[in-house]
Design a protein around this ligand. Structure first.
Ligand code: CUA
Length: 327
C-alpha cells in the first residue's frame, strides 16, 4: 500500500489506521490545493492588474451572482462533508465495543503502568492479542499525560482524579511504540514504551506466566484490608449499600436524583463519599483520598465490577490456574 511505504507515516497497524489516514490525507490535499490556488491567484491578479498609466483610478466591479453562489455553496458542501466524515470517525474511535478486552493503565511521572484483569502487571510494555478490541481504562497518579499509539492512530489524555477509556484493535503482530503526548515534566520525552501485539495463543501463554491472582481477587483483598466489607455487607442490613449487582445500574441519591454506577461514580464514592450519598443511607463513610494508589483503585474497581456482574472474579478468558490462586 502506498501510504505504508511512505516513510512520513508510521505503519498502519490498527483497524482505524486506514480511516484516520484517509481523512488526514484528504485534508492535506484539500488545504494544499486551496492554498496553492489562492497564492497563484494573488500572483496572477497582481501582475494582470498592476499599475499602468491607463488604470491609475480603481474601477468599480460587480461580480456575477453565479460566482458568489459558487463560492458559498461549494465550500459549504465540502465542509458539511468533512463534518459528517470527521464525526463518523470520531464516534467510531470513541465508542468502545462491548466485547473488548479490559486493560488498566496508570500514567505516572514518568512511566506507564499496565494491569491485566488476570493480575499481570507491567511497566512501559503492554502485551495484547492481535485482532481483538482492547479497552484501556486509565487514570493518572499525578499530572496530565497522554497515551499515544502512533501505529494505531489513537491517543487520549490521561487525567488525574478520573477515569477515561480508549480502545483499539491491532491488525498486525509486532512491537509498536507508545509515547506520552502531553508535556508532563522533565522526563516527558523518556515516558515511552512498547506495545507487543501477539497471536492469541502466544498471548494466552504469556498470561499464564506470573500473576498474583486476578485484579478482581486482589481488589477483594483490598476491600477487606480497607475494611469496606464491615459496612458493605452482602445483605441489606449493612450500614452501607450492597455492592453486588451495582455496576452499571442506576442509583437513586439522597437528593432524589439518579446517577449511573459507572467507573467514575465508583471512584468518586471511594475518594469523596459525601459527594453522592445513596438514598436511605447516612453520610458516614470516611474518605479514602490519599490512601489508595491509582493501581489499587483500579483493582477495587475491578472487584466491584466483578460482583456487579454476579460472576466470579476474573473477567477475561483466563488461562487455567490464573483464577483462585489466592490463599
Ligand atoms: Cu507523561 Cu508526558
Amino acid at each position: 500500500m502506498m501510504v505504508a511505504d511512505f516513510p512520513l507515516w508510521p505503519e498502519q497497524a490498527s483497524t482505524f489506521a486506514k480511516d484516520v489516514d484517509a481523512l488526514y490525507i484528504f485534508l492535506i490535499i484539500l488545504t494544499g490545493t486551496v492554498s496553492v490556488g489562492i497564492f497563484l491567484t494573488i500572483f496572477g491578479l497582481a501582475i494582470k492588474y498592476r499599475r499602468r498609466p491607463d488604470n491609475e483610478l480603481a474601477q468599480d466591479y460587480e461580480p456575477p451572482k453565479i460566482l458568489e453562489v459558487t463560492w458559498i455553496v461549494v465550500p459549504t458542501i465540502i465542509f458539511m462533508g468533512l463534518f459528517v466524515w470527521g464525526s463518523w470517525l470520531y464516534f467510531h474511535l470513541a465508542r468502545v465495543p462491548d466485547d473488548a478486552l479490559d486493560i488498566y493503565a496508570t500514567g505516572k511521572q514518568w512511566m506507564w503502568k499496565f494491569q491485566h484483569p488476570t493480575g499481570q502487571r507491567e511497566i512501559n510494555t503492554l502485551h495484547v492479542p492481535v485482532n481483538r478490541p482492547i479497552k484501556i481504562t486509565m487514570a493518572s497518579e499525578d499530572v496530565i499525560h497522554s497515551l499515544f499509539f502512533p501505529y494505531f492512530r489513537t491517543k487520549m489524555d490521561v487525567l488525574p482524579n478520573r477515569y477515561r477509556s480508549m480502545w483499539f484493535q491491532a491488525t498486525k503482530t509486532g512491537r509498536f511504540h507508545i509515547f506520552c503526548a502531553e508535556y508532563c515534566g522533565t522526563l516527558h520525552s523518556g515516558m515511552i514504551g512498547w506495545v507487543e501485539v501477539m497471536e492469541p495463543t502466544e498471548y494466552q501463554k504469556w498470561l499464564a506466566g506470573g500473576s498474583e491472582g486476578s485484579m478482581a481477587s486482589q481488589g477483594e483483598q483490598l476491600f477487606q484490608k480497607y475494611a469496606c466489607n464491615t459496612c458493605h455487607t452482602n445483605d441489606a442490613t449493612g450500614r452501607g449499600p450492597v455492592l453486588a449487582g451495582l455496576y452499571g445500574k442506576d442509583v437513586t441519591l439522597s437528593n432524589d436524583t439518579t446517577v449511573k454506577a459507572d467507573d467514575n461514580y465508583i471512584r468518586e464514592s471511594i475518594l469523596n463519599p459525601q459527594a453522592k450519598v445513596v438514598k436511605g443511607f447516612n453520610p458516614i463513610m470516611p474518605t479514602f483520598q490519599g490512601q489508595v494508589s491509582e493501581d489499587d483503585m483500579m483493582k477495587l474497581l475491578a472487584y466491584v465490577k466483578s460482583i456487579g456482574q454476579n460472576t466470579a472474579p476474573a473477567t477475561t478468558p483466563a488461562p487455567a490456574g490464573a483464577k483462585g490462586t489466592n490463599p
